[in-house]
Design a protein around this ligand. Structure first.
Ligand code: PMP
Length: 406
């Protein structure tokens, strides 16, 4: 293939060339959100400058063009995820809204007293709390699937917990705090043997490796545009066609109806059924640009580059006295969550910020995962394809100087 050159990719990202506190920015908070290439920024600005219109309403040229752009993005998301049809894709605000949509539609219709939802301990709060909410309403139970010491899901425990009470397994394709990439395809196949559905949270996966929902046999797959070099406020839900077709409406309003009468209202088919009101049209167009940008790269080479960079970072961080990485599973993305003995994680992040290095400190919306390691808070350096060994060296040098008090 054409290979991968991080330096040439960096030129696409204007923000990577700014300084923070007098130092060149080192953006290592990609798990929270990724930066945007100029192709996405220019597409967003161009939409508002030349093409802004609402969609599906009024037969004028710009409404038709905006409709085509919106539906074109849906088709791009479908092919990006390996879905069979654009109709299998529902636009949402992001991962969180997509999980809530499934909980409030599929969950409300499907869950009954005593039913179980299996959720690995490492999940993001947005893949725990919506299930707790609907489980309470339906008198179902959310059952945690334990982790092994290295941060992998305990597959033996998972197999033991599965039963004919299991209605759903909700698990992430890559953990935002431990970086763990579980054997999702095998876990889905096992869950299906019990007739359970599986929702895969791809928020941290899609920027790091190619995804094929049909190959995984996922029932639902969700992600956020802003972690994929795209805009905030746009994301997607993939659902198997037969599963989506059975869903009742969620929010009511324009765009999701066929005909409205006070006596009786009829509805549009999915995906429009689940997209009440004016969507994030510019966001969808920007997401399409992000997908085009990412898929124009040699993704095999990108994944290999990130893997080598992660190995380099793990080795470099090991030179910092008292630094402990959370999670050491072999299958992982470039997320490095750590504690430094004697330092509050917030103070670590503050120190690094003075050197222009952006890392996140806190619980990372995954408190059960941190508590598995006996901590309430940690620092996290999450790398993207535009990060370099030089930036890893800057991070490690700053951590060394923190300990030397200089
Ligand atoms: N799941 C995972 C694994 C995540 O990393 C995140 C974002 N940190 C979310 C869900 C939530 O995504 P959003 O806030 O974009 O809805």
């Amino acid at each position: 293939g054409p290979g991968f050159d991080p330096e040439s990719v960096r030129r696409d990202f204007p923000v990577l060339h700014r300084t923070v506190n007098g130092h060149p920015l080192v953006w290592l908070d990609n798990g929270a959100t990724t930066q945007k290439p100029r192709q996405v920024i220019e597409t967003l600005a161009g939409f508002y400058a030349t093409a802004n219109s609402n969609i599906h309403r009024g037969a004028h040229t710009m409404a038709r063009e905006a409709t085509e752009a919106y539906e074109g993005s849906r088709a791009a998301v479908a092919s990006f995820l390996g879905a069979a049809s654009p109709d299998d894709i529902v636009f949402t605000r992001g991962t969180t809204e997509a999980v809530n949509l499934v909980a409030q539609t599929w969950g409300r219709a499907q869950l009954g007293a005593g039913d179980e939802i299996l959720v690995p301990v490492l999940e993001h709060h947005s893949n725990i709390v919506p299930w707790q909410m609907i489980a309470k309403e339906r008198r179902a139970r959310v059952v945690p699937v334990p982790l092994l010491p290295d941060g992998q899901i305990d597959r033996t425990a998972f197999a033991d917990l599965l039963s004919y009470r299991t209605q759903l397994v909700a698990l992430s394709h890559a953990s935002n705090v431990l970086g763990t990439v579980p054997a999702v395809r095998e876990m889905i196949a096992l869950a299906h043997r019990y007739g359970a559905r599986v929702l895969v949270d791809g928020a941290q996966a899609v920027a790091h490796f190619p995804v094929d929902v049909q190959e995984l046999d996922a029932d639902f797959y969700v992600f956020s545009g802003h972690k994929l070099f795209g805009p905030t406020g746009i994301g997607a839900l993939y659902g198997k066609p037969e599963v989506l077709a059975a869903l009742r409406p969620w929010q009511g309003g324009g765009n999701m109806i066929d005909s409205v009468e006070f006596g009786r209202t009829t509805f549009a088919p999915v995906p429009h059924l689940l997209e009440a009101g004016t969507g994030n049209i510019a966001g969808a167009v920007g997401l399409h640009a992000a997908i085009d940008w990412l898929t124009s790269l040699d993704r095999t080479a990108v994944t290999a580059y990130e893997k080598a960079l992660t190995e380099y970072a793990v080795a470099a961080l090991a030179t910092v006295p008292g630094l402990e990485l959370l999670g050491s599973a072999p299958e992982r993305i470039s997320v490095l969550t750590f504690t430094v003995a004697g330092y509050d994680p917030a103070a670590v992040a503050e120190w690094l910020d003075r050197d222009g290095i952006a890392v996140r400190a806190g619980h990372h919306c995954a408190q059960p995962a941190l508590r598995h390691y006996g901590v309430e808070s940690a620092a996290r350096a999450s790398l993207a394809l535009y990060n370099t060994r030089r930036e890893v060296d800057t991070l490690v040098a700053s951590l060394h100087s923190m300990q030397q008090g200089v």
